[in-house]
Ligand binder design. Sequence first.
Ligand code: TGC
Ligand code: FAD
Length: 396
Amino acid sequence: MTAKTPRPKADPLDLAGIDDLLSPEEKAVRAAVRQVCDTSIDPYVADWFESGELPVVRELAKELGSLGLLGMHLEGYGCAGMSAVDYGLACLELEASDSGIRSLVSVQGSLAMYAIWRFGTEEHKQQWLPRMASGDAIGCFGLTEPDHGSDPAGMRTRARRDGADWVLDGSKMWITNGSVSDVAVVWAETEEGVRGFVVPTDTPGFTAHTIKHKMSLRASVTSELVLDGVRLPADAVFPEVRGLRGPLSCLNEARYGIVWGAMGAARSAFRTALAYAGERAQFGRPIGGFQLTQAKLADMAVELTNGTLLAMHLGRRKDAVGLRPEQVSLGKLNNVSKALEICRTARTILGANGISLEYPVIRHMNNLESVLTYEGTPEMHTLIIGQALTGQDAFR
Ligand code: TGC
Ligand code: FAD
């Protein structure tokens, strides 16, 4: 650049120029996801949130499936086989629309499909993965129970042998996609430790009840699963994996997507607050002209940049050598907490309008309260990092 070349105008949503770290192919993936968000999600999502329903869940699943977004980082069986960074970029764009829609995709691809892809038999994979990749079948992942959330080791759901069959009894709570699922991956205690089961949801004894009265993740189906003498054939179980290693391996995948996704919700709130600060005038000038507002906006831009860079680093590392659980925890802990702070600050900049669903800010803020809790609370991720740092287990 010569001294006379004018400096290109700064992109307020990417002050550090993180975009330059993306290849043209990665930018194309991002643009394709943004387009479907712009046309099929953004015009409707505030209404879905307000009504607490996702009436088009099946159509949406098929549309997302046709774009290759379901199980997009898995190879074979109709899955797109994309990179971790591609998957992260998709999560970011989806969550810029709504955390509930990113959750639909995360639970389908990173939890239910990943569990079957990683631990299932060839028959499980053939039966479920192509239909799940296309969005023709929806899956859920049942780990949490009413009395066992952070500590799944205490789960009470039991699977016992009855002749060649398995019989499952128990319940799972707060299960995303539960009442719209065709298949549930259910983790249950057996005589040999925790094992995973592939449960078609039309199996007698399986029921799912939608949880109402949520003030967060309202554009997402959340359910209680009841397993009352659910009889499954011998081959319904994941053959090899035993113990919590099974479900926790799947959580690594979904938590990774959240590292990116949270920055999408933050970006949307920041963009809204920045525009509002430029238009809203008080005391005879735009509120963006006051130092206190600028300090808020600058802090938000710094945290958005830091979080997106961390996501990018973890994505590149995942593609190159894989991630250790504490590296995923670092990203989930930081990015969700910072995204929530960004949304709360954005809400203050919007004043009274900040509490209205006319703007996306309070929707993102409320959604992130769920994202903070699910896939491991901040306390769990703090303790996972603490364990990695000190070698001491402080969970119990
Ligand atoms: P611990 O004794 O540490 O470990 C048991 C076994 O698991 C292995 N392990 C892991 N393996 C893979 N990935 C990880 N991240 C792993 N962490 C541990 C470990 O090596 C051991 O293996 P082995 O072979 O020696 O038996 O287990 P613990 O009982 O002390 O628990 C550890 C703790 C607290 C970190 C874990 O329980 C935990 O992460 N709790 C949080 C529960 C949670 O996050 N639930 C999420 C449910 S799903 C969900 O929320 C979906 S939200 C919807 C959406 O994603 O959009
Ligand atoms: P608890 O474990 O009871 O924790 C309550 C509080 O105590 C938290 O602040 C926690 O950090 C703290 N705490 C617990 N233990 C300790 C400790 N040792 N030290 C310090 N603090 C501690 N689960 C699924 O299996 N599948 C899903 O699809 C799914 N989807 C979800 C969707 C939504 C909208 C929500 C809200 C939850 C979903 N969950 C799902 C459940 C989620 O994973 C759990 O809510 C989460 O793991 C926390 O469990 P809990 O709610 O029982 O809280």
